[in-house]
Design a protein around this ligand. Structure first.
Ligand SMILES: NC(=O)c1ccc[n+]([C@@H]2O[C@H](COP(=O)([O-])OP(=O)(O)OC[C@H]3O[C@@H](n4cnc5c(N)ncnc54)[C@H](OP(=O)(O)O)[C@@H]3O)[C@@H](O)[C@H]2O)c1
Length: 340
């Protein structure tokens, strides 16, 4: 098999394809011949040395794949062989062959291509957890989706539309027209600008009931202040870390220095809630993940889950694919494809 290694901290030149023997599937596992790989922002942070959860270097990252099962562990049902699936991988997904616990594998809906299926797990599970499971968004409420043009952002738009909420989002200006087509009621340009005056104007100075914020650091403070009373802030990323002028892992200091300190008394008196989401820390709760995925799969059947692949790059073009995201050019998901 071929795997894409991060060989050291740095730019896309640190990505290298290496050959290895095919893994075999042990008890409880399925082996998948990969056809498409979902790229996540965390993969880029890992390469930059800014993702504390990443394995020790050199390593193979990758949280999600789609492909065809070609081998099963001794205790697994042979009916899996030849089935088209998609799966969550706890790293190791940047490969043309992976072995995964069966509990992390789902039958691929026939309506989805491999590329679309690889765009589902991380983005839609994260959006579902943020908006529905913890964020408790209800019809008639208003949500602000930061980074609405990213993979999670587009998934969150789908979920918020399904719930029946009013949806505002921040994104680079060039993405606004597309985001409105996808269901955003108003798009706000947040590049080099404060987005709050526009949000306050849109919400009649009241703020909104839910904000999902993957930017981190001081940005979380600003988002908290933009909540309406009874509002909730869901924090789930630290994208801003890449903008720091500091070098290497020191860039994390900027995020840490800007962290809000939430005071329980203020939370009570403000009637607001704050929460965090990290799908990468839920491997021990796979039953919950599977239940949420059933809701997402039902959404695929019903048509409100619309995984949008912005661009598919070849396996060998992984550096270009990551650079495309770093340059903020993607609207929705970027995937790698493996020729069959
Ligand atoms: N906690 C979790 O479980 C979880 C799961 C998935 C993702 N996340 C986090 O959610 C965030 C979005 O992930 P994603 O996979 O949806 O993103 P993505 O699809 O890779 O989108 C990247 C987009 O983020 C925006 N962005 C904002 N700040 C940026 C920066 N400093 N550098 C580059 N791009 C920046 C850009 O769009 P605009 O300029 O148009 O806004 C860019 O196009 C990341 O922080 C990621 O780590 C967390």
């Amino acid at each position: 098999m071929r795997q894409i290694y991060i060989t050291g901290r740095g730019g896309p030149e640190k990505l290298q394809i290496r050959e290895a023997a095919d893994p075999s599937s042990a008890a409880g596992e399925l082996r998948i011949r990969v056809r498409a790989i979902g790229i996540n922002f965390a993969d880029i942070l890992a390469r930059q040395g800014l993702y504390p959860d990443a394995p020790k270097l050199p390593c193979v990252v990758g949280y999600e794949v789609a492909g065809v099962v070609d081998a099963v562990g001794a205790d697994q049902d042979a009916h899996w062989i030849g089935r088209e699936v998609f799966a969550l991988t706890r790293f190791g997904g940047y490969a043309d062959c992976v072995v995964v616990p069966a509990a992390q594998v789902f039958a691929k809906p026939a309506a989805l291509s491999f590329e679309q299926a690889a765009a589902v797990p991380v983005n839609y599970l994260t959006a579902w957890q943020l908006l529905v499971v913890v964020g408790a968004l209800r019809a008639g409420e208003t949500v602000l989706i930061h980074n609405a043009g990213g993979g999670v952002g587009l998934a969150a738009i789908d979920v918020a539309r399904h719930v029946g909420a009013t949806i505002y989002g921040t994104a680079s200006a060039g993405k606004h027209a597309f985001l409105r087509e996808r269901g955003l009621h108003a798009a706000i340009d947040y590049r080099g600008k404060d987005w709050r005056p526009e949000l306050m104007r849109l919400s009649g100075d009241r703020g909104v009931e839910l904000i999902i914020d993957p930017l981190g650091g001081r940005h979380w403070k600003r988002s908290y202040r933009a909540l309406r009373h009874t509002g909730r802030l869901g924090m789930f990323g630290i994208s801003r870390v890449t903008e720091s002028w500091l070098i290497g892992p020191l860039r994390l200091l900027d995020v840490v220095a800007g962290l809000p300190l939430f005071n329980p008394i203020s939370l009570m008196n403000d009637n607001r809630a704050v929460f965090g989401v990290n799908l990468g820390h839920l491997w021990h709760e796979v039953d919950k993940i599977r239940a949420w995925m059933q809701d997402v799969l039902a959404g695929i059947d019903d048509g409100w889950v619309r995984p949008h692949v912005d661009r598919a790059f070849g396996f060998e073009q992984v550096g270009e694919a990551q650079a495309y995201i770093e340059a903020r050019r993607n609207t929705g998901k970027v995937v790698l494809t493996v020729a069959s």
